[in-house]
Design a protein around this ligand. Sequence first.
Ligand code: HEM
Length: 293
Amino acid sequence: MDQFEEHGIRVVTGRDASARALRSPDLTSDPGIGSPSVLLRDGEGHTRLRGVLREIIARLEPLPAPVLAGIEAVVAGLGPEFDLVRDFARPVAGAVTSSVLGVALDDGFLDRLEATTANLDVFGGTDRAGQAAAFRLAVQLSRTPAGPGGLTALRDAHAAGRLDEDELMFNPVVLAHAAYENSLNFLACAGLALATSGPKSVRELAAEICPARYVLRFGPEGPVAISLADGLPFGLGRHACPGSGVALAEAEVALGALAKLLAGGCSVTDVRWKTHPVFHGLAKAVVTRSGNG
Ligand code: HEM
């Protein structure tokens, strides 16, 4: 069976059925609310906006030396006991997201980003607190001076007539959220896999962990949740993740450094999972190194 219903939403599962649905011309990402977000539209507006975001992301391919050094410094700074979420995944994902935007993002910003409405939340959509957090972040970023990077590039694109006012207001947060939330969840889960079982490639880990479990589409018969859990961690089709190269490169460096640190052995305690229906991730996992050197 590759279809069932949950909360009145049709759910598509299985790699082939999900791939077909993601490529189907009959399903759209646009819920019909006139959203300026790249994730929630299709057609000319989506292609134009995605083009601007791809240019921004391409600046991090390959990852610039200061970003690599920043990731290595996070891992080098880990003590004999550390939380994989708070001390490893969060600062790494935060550093990469800061470089994507060209703005130093502090803990308060990252807290709010985690509280933001999940753009891919297929069973939600009424999360007022999350929407309010996203709006506050949009206003905050619109007033933030930015160096070279994504925020400046989005402002330049607006000045050149490539983005309208609403697109400029919301897509910096959409980009930050897309870059941060999935990387955070992936890095923490992959760190746990490294600490508790044998080595695996970053691609294998991404497919197994699949941090974004579903994406939402709209068809003639209503909304459809498409499962990505069967080997499609970055989606497929028009909205396939444009940051997958950055995500894999970031994980390669961070997990490679972590593997070296844990080579002497370790134990893991206090493992707690998040309970979000779409974003699969850890809330906490404490690693204690046995071969401290
Ligand atoms: C392990 C980490 C990541 C995973 C698993 C992931 C997964 C995904 C998935 C499944 C989508 C498709 C959403 C849909 O079809 O509706 C997506 C979209 C997107 N991702 Fe990622 N992502 C990750 C990291 C990143 C990073 C690091 C960036 C930026 C540097 C990024 C930027 C984006 C953007 C801008 C979109 C929207 C694309 C569009 O709507 O056309 N992602 N991501």
